[in-house]
Ligand binder design. Structure first.
Ligand SMILES: *Cc1c(COP(=O)(O)O)cnc(C)c1O
Length: 400
């Protein structure tokens, strides 16, 4: 699927953040260099005063110190803003740091948060380790208005979701959740790492804040950690900005540069991974061991209609429920040659994760199934090679 908007983004991503021409030679490098600096130098005090005064207007992105970065950072922030339809993007050293930034900025002592039970696992760790200590409480729930309504409290302030959830790819009805959040004056905060702004745009579907782990598809080459928090409301922008500064978030210019380099090919990589993933779905669905596939672009996925309505493309994230013993599922993982065993996704390479049943216990979408779950990230290798690899590994697993 490719909407006109997606085509515009394809062009934008090739032209974003080009270096300025040198005023004397009239020339410039094609790629913006990594502008590394720990502070900013001013010609005179008048220039410094002007930069300080300009800080009142966040759109001017006035920098007086190295922590917030200079041209390289500004270019990547602009990329995130355009991808997500945001007025502001703030970078962090990891996706998890971006999540904690948004939570700590927007929540206060005594606040209650409704959290979709399909969210990225370490969010629960953040709650246990930090939020509880700050007097902030979370309730995990299936993310439908009917289920969420039962957990509302007078102190509920935020609805935090991830769509699709990155283990079972559970598509949420974001416009409906946005309506529910508005009705109850909750901030809707979404983890949009799956869509990374390119194929799914939560801010346009009614969310106030969108968070992306740039570590995944934006970086795209499994060589950097980075996160970003996007918003499109002047008041929320200001709160996020002030807290980002106060908490000391900062990203190395080299990692930002790598992310800029990676994002140029985001459309190509996502499209290739998505096409490969569909071919792998075709193969898997013919295997007797496969009980269910989780991939919203696959027509039999429960979330397919929502995906068709709200997304402009797909990616290489795919989970598969196997009617085999845990030992057989583990044997399959070990037998795979092309799929690396690892936790991340969104890079060029294929990865596999044996999902521990204890992790799924808290997901209503899993509903206590007894089977084994493997999560695959389908990279940009040849689909035929990946299918052959899966086939030989499945055969080894069932024979074991
Ligand atoms: C990986 C991931 C994160 C965290 O990103 P890091 O950069 O690894 O901290 C957050 N949300 C989702 C959905 C992720 O997959």
């Amino acid at each position: 699927m490719s909407s006109p908007d997606t085509k515009k983004l394809d062009t934008f991503l090739q032209h974003a953040g080009l270096a300025d021409f040198d005023p004397i030679t009239g020339s410039a490098p094609v790629a913006l260099p990594s502008v590394r600096t720990s502070t900013v130098r001013f010609k005179n005090l008048a220039a410094l005063d002007k930069a300080q005064a300009a800080k009142a207007d966040l759109r001017l992105r006035s920098t007086t110190y190295g922590r917030s970065g200079m041209q390289t950072h500004a270019a990547l922030e602009q990329v995130f803003c355009t991808l997500e339809g945001a007025s502001q993007a703030l970078l962090s050293s990891s996706g998890m740091a971006a999540i904690s930034h948004a939570m700590l900025a927007l929540l206060s002592k005594g606040d209650h948060v409704l959290v979709a039970d399909s969210v990225y696992g370490p969010v629960r760790y953040l709650e246990k380790t930090v939020l509880q200590r700050m007097g902030i409480t979370c309730t995990y729930s299936q993310a439908s208005p009917d289920a969420l309504r039962q957990h509302l409290r007078p102190s509920t302030r935020m609805l935090y979701v991830e769509s699709p959830g990155s283990l079972l790819m559970e598509m949420l009805d974001l416009p409906l959740l946005a309506e529910f959040a508005r009705e109850h004056q909750l901030l809707l905060v979404t983890d949009n790492t799956w869509g990374s702004g390119y194929i799914y745009r939560p801010l346009e579907l009614g969310a106030q804040v969108s968070i992306v782990a740039g570590t995944k598809y934006v970086g795209g080459h499994s060589d950097l950690m980075l996160g970003a928090v996007m918003s499109a409301d002047p008041q929320i922008d200001r709160v996020l900005f002030d807290n980002h500064y106060a908490l000391g978030h900062s990203v190395s210019a080299d990692d930002v540069w790598l992310a800029m380099r990676g994002v140029r090919t985001l459309p190509l990589r996502m499209r290739e991974s998505a096409a490969n993933a569909l071919q792998i779905c075709e193969f898997l669905t013919q295997r007797p061991e496969v009980v269910r596939l989780y991939h919203p672009a696959w027509p039999q996925d429960t979330g397919h209609a929502l995906w068709q309505r709200d997304c402009t493309g797909s990616n290489g994230m795919l989970s598969v429920q196997l009617g085999v013993t845990p030992q057989q599922a583990r044997a399959m993982v070990d037998a795979l040659q092309l799929f690396g065993i690892g936790y991340s996704w969104g890079g060029f390479e294929s990865l596999v994760q044996y999902v521990d049943p204890s992790v799924l216990a808290g997901h209503s979408y899993w509903a206590d199934q007894q089977n084994s779950l493997l999560r695959l990230h389908i990279g940009v290798e040849s689909a035929a090679d990946l299918i052959a690899d899966l086939e030989q590994a499945l055969n080894i697993a069932v024979a074991s």
